[in-house]
Design a protein around this ligand. Structure first.
Ligand SMILES: [Zn+2]
Length: 342
């Protein structure tokens, strides 16, 4: 169990701005866009959630229930429980603390300047260098079996460029040979202790654009005892998972929660894209869905149903047809449903 003093300590150690960034929220001028733009008269075009870094508090000017401390922020952003949010924060604490240095005025002026010149390019280069050190999934490996159990087979995992950290020490060494530890930590690949992250999350799921360029990734544990199951690369989530499917042509697309559900649907012959969490769909993504009929397949739980309502409202406002998948029994996700039927 987690004690109250531990929670206090955790909250004191973390910058709420850094946590918001880690969750993929774009914070500018101590503000970010609300999770529920449909409750806002103009879809929250001007960000209305403000952050009080000193007090570790956030609140939306419009929505009564969008406010709280750093733990509430994680709960709302990821649609998870209090305890899960505490676990998520504890696991990510070292790297979030390192991120926090970016928001304090005492940062190293030289290195800060260097990276602020081309922050986007720097981040993309780091992702590229990291992914190019990883191997494709070997069919007869624990990761291969883990995927097959979820109806995700070699043609699918080759197509979406899934990768495996099969030699953690080698990947770590190669990165350090190519980049300074400071840069690797700044990019979020290494933690504050100087180690490559993702040691317990070896399955790497890149978010690539239509030209197969990676802009983001998630790291997935394949051992079911590891919590959290997934770690996000730091910073903004640029677009939905499997963006390539959003090609502007007329057709149906299944929108699911998580990359693994997306891959299970792809493996079963459905055209699908994914969002990392129920609340991670961004209003600016709506235009990517043009000409698509969207079938929403978020988990059939309270958070998933609320998420579907929110996304559906955004898509409908843009004139798109949406339906709920509607076949999932209470408490199930696409994966548990499809794989339990065979
Ligand atoms: Zn709001």
């Amino acid at each position: 169990m987690i004690s109250e003093s531990e929670i206090k300590e955790l909250k004191a150690a973390l910058s709420i701005t850094a946590v918001a960034q880690r969750l993929g929220l774009s914070v500018a001028n101590r503000r970010f866009r609300c999770f529920f733009p449909e409750r806002h008269a103009h879809g929250d075009r001007t960000p209305s959630v403000s952050i009080n870094e000193e007090k570790g508090y956030f609140r939306c000017f419009v929505c009564d229930n969008v406010k709280g401390d750093v733990i509430s922020l994680v709960q709302i952003a990821l649609g998870i429980s209090f305890l899960e949010a505490v676990k998520w924060l504890k696991d990510d604490t070292p790297s979030i603390i390192r991120d926090s240095q970016k928001y304090s005025p005492s940062k190293n002026a030289r290195s800060g300047q260097k990276k602020e010149e081309h922050p986007k390019f720097f981040r993309e280069k780091m992702i590229f260098d990291f992914l190019s050190l990883l191997s494709p999934i070997p069919p007869n490996s624990a990761a291969g079996w883990w995927l097959a159990k979820r109806h995700i087979y070699k043609p699918t995992w080759d197509k979406v460029l899934l990768r495996l950290i099969d030699d953690y020490a080698h990947v770590s060494r190669e990165l350090l040979a190519k980049h300074s530890l400071e840069d690797l930590q700044f990019a979020g690949l290494f933690n504050s202790q100087g180690n490559l992250r993702y040691g317990r999350h070896p399955l790497i799921i890149p978010y690539v654009d239509e030209m197969h360029r990676p802009f983001f990734f998630q790291a997935r544990a394949i051992d079911k005892n590891i919590q959290p199951k997934e770690l996000n690369f730091q910073g903004t989530i640029p677009f939905p998972y499997n963006k390539e499917a959003l090609d502007g042509k007329f057709g149906t697309i299944y929108l699911c929660e998580g990359a693994i559900d997306t891959l299970t649907l792809l493996g079963n012959g459905f055209n699908a894209v994914g969002i990392p969490g129920v609340n991670s769909f961004k209003p600016e993504w709506v235009s990517l869905f043009s000409n698509k009929k969207v079938i929403l397949c978020l988990d059939n739980d309270e958070a998933g149903r609320a998420g579907e309502e929110r996304i559906s409202a955004l898509l409908k406002e843009a004139g798109l047809e949406t339906h709920s998948f509607g076949l999932l029994p209470e408490g199930q996700d696409i994966n548990s449903w499809l794989t339990s039927r065979s």
